[in-house]
Design a protein around this ligand. Sequence first.
Ligand code: KIV
Length: 310
Amino acid sequence: MSVRPPVKDPTTPPIPRKKVTIQALRALRQSKTPIAMLTAYDYPSALACSSSTLTDITLVGDSLAQVCLGYASTTQLTLDEMVHHAKAVARGTTHPLLIADMPFGSYHTSVSDAVANAVRLVREAGVEGVKLEGGREIVDVVRKLTEVGIPVMAHVGLLPQRHSALSGYKVQGRSVEGARRVVRDALALEEAGAFSMVVEAVPKELGRYITERVRIPTIGIGAGPWTSGQVLVFDDVMGTWSGHKAKFVRRFANMKDVRDTGVQRYAEAVRDGTFPDAEAESYAMDETEWDKFLHSEGIHVQRGNAGDRA
Ligand code: KIV
C-alpha cells in the first residue's frame, strides 16, 4: 500500500501549541475566548482536529455509533468499541485535550462499575477525561470519578442516549419547568466536580443563563452563541453526508461531493483502462532479467515478440 504512518520529520516544527489543560480551558472561559471542540473517531479525524492550533478539545463522541459504525443510535455502542476507537484518536491527537464519551450502560449499574469503565478509557485508550450524559441522578458517579482523578465533562439538555425516553431528539428546556430542570441538573453536576459541561439543544436564552450560573466552561451544541464554547460532530462540519441536518449544524466543507467524485473518477479510469498508466504508475523489470525469467519458465523469447510461449 502507498499509505504509511507519517515519518517524524525533524525539519517540520511541532505544532506551536502546548497541551490544552483544564486550567487552560478555565482561562479561556475567564477571558471570554470561545472554546473550540470537535469530535473525532479515528486516527485521520484526530489528525485533522489537531491540525489547527485553535482547536481546544477533541471528543471521541458516542456519535461514533451512527457516524462510523452504522448503528441506528448511540445506545448500541459498546465500551470495547469506544476503547478501540479512542485508542486510534489518541494516536493522532497532539495539543487538544482528549475526552471520550462513556457509552450508554457503562456508568449506570454502579459507581464502582463506572469507575472501572472510566479507568479503561484512561488507561487503555489514553484519554484525559470522560463525558457522561445525565443530570442529578448521576452526581454520585461524577463525584467519585472526580475524587479518583478522572476529569468529568457533564452533558445536559438533550441527552441522545435517552432518545427513546425523551420520545425523540427534541429541544429541551423550552418550558419553565423544563428550563428549571436543566438548570438544577447543571448546578448539581458542577457541585459534584464536573470540570466542564456540554449543553445540547436548549433555547439560546437558557444556554446563556446556564453559562452565567455555573463557574465551569459550558460547551454548546444547539445552545446558542453565548456558551463558553461550541462543539459539532466532525462529519457535520465536513459535510461527509447529505442526510438530515439539524438547525444548529453549519457545514464548513463539502467532503461528500469531493469524496464521491474521487470514487467515480477512480472507477471510471479502471473501467476504461486509463488507470494505471503503464509508465508513470507501474514498475518495470530490467529487460535482460525479464528474458532470463521467461527462459526459466520455459518460454523462449524472440525479441520483438517477447512473452510468446514456445
Ligand atoms: O457524541 C457526540 O458526538 C456528542 C457531542 C456532539 C456533544 O456527545
